[in-house]
Design a protein around this ligand. Sequence first.
Ligand SMILES: [Zn+2]
Length: 380
Amino acid sequence: MHAVNDTLYANALAPFLAEVERLRPPDVEVIDAHTHLGLDEDGRSLTLAQLLEQLDAAGARRACVFPLHDPDRHPAYRVPNDRVLGWAAEAEGRLVPFCRLDPTEDPLAESERCLAAGARGIKLHPRAQDFVFDGGELDSVFGLAESAQVPILIHAGRGLPPLAEGLVDLALRHPRAVLILAHGAICDQGILTSRLADHPGVLYDISCFFPLDVMELLARVPAERIVFASDPPYGLPATSLYMALRMAAQAHLDEQTTRAVLGGTMAALLDGQGLPPVSAPRRGDSIELSGRLARVYGYASLVGPALFTGALDQARAMLDMALAACRDPEPGTVGEALDTIGAALSAADALLEAEGGVRAAIDLVYRSIVRAATEIPDTA
Ligand SMILES: [Zn+2]
């Protein structure tokens, strides 16, 4: 990016970074439960050096890592799995490799091969690999995860056919398996959180584009089952850290629980101490928003999806409406939030015009909707 744009971005970002410093518990261990390396069919890619730099920016020492939807994935994801194992070996203990499986290409043999070669978890992607959880081969993979005591991370985000019921049945047949449902389980958050409430080993990762999904998760499941994650190259650890700290504060999590969410729970799991005991969900049934910030949130939350589909004019129109909602001679109690968000959104607007500025613009818009959604502490 051009130096002028770098300065624009840095200035708008500064208040958000200051808040991270204020909210982050001292010397907290941050572990990103969901990262990728390599190349995806959609054109996205991430190198080892890039991922480590992104983790450093969030103060995260460790991360779980697995392949993308790699064009070289046939047969059985063998080539991308071996690459990830190789990169993890180069990373001096910072990366915990998971193997990615294709349920139609001998997943049990591939998971056994990878676990023997040093993998310490399994990744399943029901959208990319186009499957539902109806037993068969996956029963044996879940059985292996139980006996080898390794977690299975499952994509549970956008774009899935209804798979919750099959997944619930499979999980309940394997009560000793530890599952990490990715992206706040938004594909079916209601069914999954309700029907898996008594399963002892279900975690939810917070790599979500909309903060309300994560805030609601805190009303549905114990905080001790919610883990920090950012899904690079699609998300950024530093941005996700801001969301995690804001929603922890909004939900009145104590310092120990905040530490568990940021990395403590994953550390216990990965280091073989088992999962911590649970307590009741921390948040109440409602999410209270300032009326002024709710208007900002509504418009700003439409900017990212428009950008992802290439509708730049629509994105800018929504950004302009969000900016208009920030201009308020009577800001009530949210003047500082409106100022910070207004400055971030106008920097995002300028960055959208600049070459190579889209990523920075999205980051600022995302932080703005997180700030707007979490401004009023939970009232429960
Ligand atoms: Zn992912």
